[in-house]
Write a protein that binds this ligand. Structure first.
Ligand code: LHQ
Length: 257
């Protein structure tokens, strides 16, 4: 249900249940968690997450969510077990996570995409906060990331109407990085990953950490954090190499540490 390909310096992870628009099952959550661990363990320097077929991910598989015996499900337990660890893992990965949204991203599928560092979407893709249609609350970080990325007015309207948002509009609003032509999506996502595979990975990981922390820090705390992280960055081999390469007027050869 999840494909893993090790490329040169980066990994390509593909959600792979195309006939159900790659909606999440418990099994798929397990496979995806393994794939994300592997990316870090193998020392990859970037990750591209995408979906097989015409959709990116339609959120929770609702097929195993019928209630024949009338039991009351504990969706909080599902979030604790699967979705929240996934979002936390993406945010904690010490490398750039690129999401290549190849088609519809609905419900938790949309919000997992938004948890990634850089989101590229095919022009034909749509983002749908589908939760309202079935009486649920946006999850997987959606109520946190939507208002921060596009403001409360747009966040509430998207979440309450479940109206599809085009890739183009998502990019215009600042919800994602870029909308690109469909046939350019994977070439561009992989070119970006290849660029990151030759980048100062440690510095990028510290940058990710700093920007994420800004959501909850005041400026004073953030200045202190920048000082601490810059101290770490200044001790990396890549910093020395970057400066040396600049002074010697040659391209840098970064090792990622
Ligand atoms: C699906 C699904 C799907 C199963 C398409 N499940 N089969 C967290 C914690 C715990 C529990 C609950 O939820 C959550 C978070 C959530 O993610 S809640 C939100 C769940 N997602 C949705 O409500 C979206 C449901 N899907 C749709 O509204 C549509 O499928 C969209 C708008 C995504 C795409 O529409 P179409 O392009 O018209 O495709 P389709 O509807 O024909 O879907 C194609 C197939 O995929 C179809 O199967 P079939 O066997 O009939 O060909 C769908 O049943 C299946 N599919 N989403 N979530």
């Amino acid at each position: 249900s999840v494909l893993y390909e090790a490329k040169e310096g980066y990994a390509l992870v593909t959600l792979n249940r195309p006939d159900k628009l790659n909606s999440f099952t418990a099994e798929m959550h397990g496979r995806l968690a393994e794939a994300l661990d592997r990316v870090q363990d193998e020392g990859q320097r970037a990750l591209v997450l995408t979906g097989a077929g015409r959709g990116f991910c339609a959120g929770q598989d609702l097929g195993d969510r019928s209630f024949p015996t009338g039991e009351v499900p504990d969706l909080g337990a599902t979030l604790d077990k699967s979705y929240n660890p996934l979002v936390r893992k993406i945010r904690a990965l010490e490398l750039p996570v690129i999401c290549a949204v190849n088609g519809v991203a609905a419900g938790a599928g949309a919000n997992v995409a938004l948890a990634c560092d850089i989101v590229l979407a095919a022009r034909s893709a749509k983002f749908i906060q589908a939760f309202a249609k079935i009486g649920l609350v946006p999850d997987s970080g959606g109520t946190w990331s939507l208002p921060r990325l596009i403001g409360e007015a747009r966040a509430k309207a998207l979440a309450m109407t479940a109206q599809p948002l085009s890739a183009e509009q998502a990019a215009d609003w600042g919800l994602i990085w870029q909308a690109v032509d469909d046939d350019e999506l994977m070439p561009q996502a992989e070119a970006l990953a290849a660029q990151f595979a030759a980048a100062p990975t440690k510095g990028l990981a510290l940058t990710k950490q700093a920007i994420q922390a800004a959501a909850t820090n005041d400026m004073d705390a953030q200045l202190d954090l920048e000082r601490d992280l810059q101290r770490q960055a200044g001790r990396t081999r890549d910093y020395r190499e970057g400066v040396a390469a600049f002074l010697e007027k040659r391209p840098p050869a970064f090792e990622g540490r």
